[in-house]
Design a protein. Structure first.
Length: 324
């Protein structure tokens, strides 16, 4: 137990920080309750999937600047497929969208491996490609989403025999996030592919000498990132009921939350839980500034400064951790 706590000390610290921020929020706004927490969770949902997408790629020693654009593409694709469709048709649309996201991410990986151009350059170029693709699919916000899908992220989880005042603090969006992340991440981390992702992130040369297929692992890491991005795009459509062709502010936020969540920008160290908790920390900070009636322009400046400091701190730690 002590060993686990020591290994997960960063994540535990973030959870404690989030709890303290909740106390601060209740102090600022005593009426802050379960419905407000549900709104926070629903707003944080696409950010959490964007961070998950970025975290997998960073663990493999790369970076993906096209995460937000992939979310836009998959969001409009889901909205177009589900517009005026039956519940059954919408059920088929979900795996198609997820497969599409995996294909987009894998395309990034293939281009990086074949061209040998740095990840940041390739994914920056693909950002524009995906942005244009999203606008070609749907040039204005529109489309639709199945009512059963929207109901998943709205409201709270009902548990027989458990009082409503307790289940009210278990939003459907949080359950969806935990379930989706666990289904992908838990088997991945314990698989040979997961070990390969950590290995190439730590040292590609050592991984190669150990028999890890470098190119295939990098491509699949980007593919899994695309899968998480598709979940983010799908969550956007589920939350709003329409597709959004313009990428949201998820890119810099995803990098900042990855660093705050304890993932080394140099790769090979970290996990998925820390970055997701970091998303909630950052979103709650934004909520507190709103409750304190801080000028929106000043709030944006403060949030930007926090993100820049976090990213710079992560880069500094990565530089210092490199072997001489």
């Amino acid at each position: 137990m002590i060993g686990f706590a020591r290994r997960q000390s960063w994540v535990i610290g973030l959870i404690v920080l989030f709890g303290m921020l909740l106390v601060v929020t209740r102090t600022i706004q005593p009426a802050y309750g379960a419905k407000d927490f549900a709104s926070l969770t629903q707003a944080a949902l696409p950010y959490a999937f964007a961070v998950a997408a970025q975290a997998v790629v960073v663990l493999a020693g790369g970076i993906d600047l096209s995460v937000a654009a992939m979310m836009a593409v998959t969001s409009v694709t889901a909205a177009v497929l589900m517009k005026d469709s039956s519940a059954t048709s919408a059920l088929y649309a979900v795996p198609l969208v997820l497969a599409f996201g995996f294909a987009l991410g894998s395309l990034n990986g293939v281009l990086i491996v074949i061209s040998r151009v740095p990840d940041i350059v390739v994914t920056l170029a693909m950002l524009y490609v995906f942005q244009g693709t999203a606008l070609l699919i749907l040039n204005t916000p529109g489309g639709g989403a199945a009512s059963w899908l929207k109901s998943i992220v709205v409201g709270s989880l009902a548990i027989p025999g458990v009082p409503d005042r307790v289940t009210a603090w278990i939003p459907g969006a949080l359950v969806f996030l935990v379930a989706a992340a666990a289904i992908v991440w838990v088997p991945l981390k314990r698989s040979q592919l997961g070990l390969g992702i950590y290995a190439i992130g730590s040292s590609q040369l050592s991984a190669f000498r150990s028999g890890v297929p470098i190119h295939r692992t990098r491509i699949l890491a980007y593919g899994i990132g695309g899968l998480f991005a598709a979940l983010g795009g799908l969550s956007l459509t589920m939350s709003t009921g329409i597709g959004a062709p313009i990428p949201g502010p998820y890119l810099l936020a995803s990098v900042a939350a990855v660093v705050l969540g304890g993932v080394a920008l140099s790769g090979g160290r970290g996990g998925l839980v820390g970055p997701i908790v970091a998303v909630f920390v950052l979103r709650l900070v934004r909520t507190d500034m709103t409750l304190l009636s801080v000028d929106p322009n000043i709030s944006t400046i403060i949030e930007g400064v926090i993100l820049v400091v976090i990213v710079m701190l992560g880069a500094l730690i990565a530089l210092r951790s490199r072997p001489a």
